[in-house]
Design a protein around this ligand. Structure first.
Ligand code: ARG
Length: 290
């Protein structure tokens, strides 16, 4: 069994005060199937409470009235424990105003802000595509993040970045088919990636926990690990056995209102404590699958 993750104890969440479906940018969304605001707030608060119960910390940011997807805080920016943050440059215009508030929040909380682009100029980067794992920052690219953003991250921060090309319309962010569990285990859903990236994924993860179609589309890969607790929107009996076998306490929450716009536990939470020290390399390096 691997060692616990070094990160995932401190999060930013956005309270769903204006969560609606105004536009469609992924296959889950339909303007004819709106979330129930009261139930959404209740589900969101159960997630916040579960993190606190697992001895994690949560910072709460109010939602902009003009940004219905802002509840998916994971995409606001990538934040490191040493105080560096890379603001997202959203692929779709309706989400770009979120960056105004997110940028102010990061700066106001002592982060030094980088940005790969803004207002449609420069490469798109959505932080739901980025995780520290092993010797690198693993970044999914294709549907949202563009390959040029990986270069930006590597050179601006002098870090090793490994790209995985996402090739599945239902898996538009890396945080849907990839979930670090400890320093050797990760839940993975290989069909989300092209052939070369599937090979790279298995090279990257010493102990992969391969999700079935049903598990992946129930958002099990969109779970979060807080100390020795894994908080999940769904967990099959066999996944439960695997995870408890690793010494984790499994907490399953109903987050279905948020599935309506295509996100779950991970998407609703932005880790603020990713370690960059072990992935630092002079000049930076980008490794793309063949
Ligand atoms: N409706 C949002 C979008 O498509 C969902 C974001 C899900 N967030 C995530 N980190 N995968 O942008």
């Amino acid at each position: 069994m691997g060692q616990s993750l070094e990160w995932g104890r401190r999060y930013l969440m956005v309270r769903p005060d204006h969560f609606r479906i105004d536009y469609v940018i992924n296959p889950y969304m339909s303007t004819h199937d709106q979330p129930d605001p009261e139930l959404a707030l209740k589900q969101w608060d159960s997630l916040r409470q579960a993190i606190v119960d697992a001895n994690g910390e949560v910072e709460v940011l109010p939602q902009r009235p003009d940004s219905p997807d802002m509840v998916y805080a994971m995409n606001l920016g990538f934040a490191a424990a040493d105080g560096r943050a890379m603001l997202s440059h959203m692929r779709f215009e309706p989400r770009r105003k979120e960056s105004l508030t997110a940028g102010d929040w990061f700066v106001g909380h002592g982060f030094t802000l980088g940005r790969p682009g803004s207002d449609g100029v420069g490469p798109h980067f959505e932080s739901g595509d980025a995780f520290v794992f092993g010797d690198s920052l693993v970044v999914g690219y294709g549907p949202r993040t563009e390959a040029d953003a990986l270069k930006h991250l590597a050179t601006e921060w002098n870090i090793r970045v490994r790209g995985l090309r996402i090739a599945h319309e239902g898996m538009y962010h890396l945080d849907l088919p990839f979930c670090p569990v400890d320093n050797t285990h990760a839940m993975v859903y290989p069909p989300a990636f092209d052939a070369a990236s599937q090979t790279a994924l298995f090279d990257l993860v010493p102990d992969p926990i391969v999700l079935t179609d049903d598990e992946a589309f129930a958002f099990s890969g969109n779970s979060i690990v807080v100390n020795e607790t894994i908080i999940m929107p769904a967990c099959s009996p066999r996944l439960h056995d695997v995870l408890t076998g690793l010494g984790l306490r499994v907490v399953v929450l109903d987050l279905t209102e948020f599935h309506k716009a295509g996100g779950s536990a991970r998407c609703l939470t932005n880790p603020l404590d990713f370690p960059l020290d072990s992935i630092t390399t002079p000049g930076g390096e980008v490794i793309l699958p063949a």
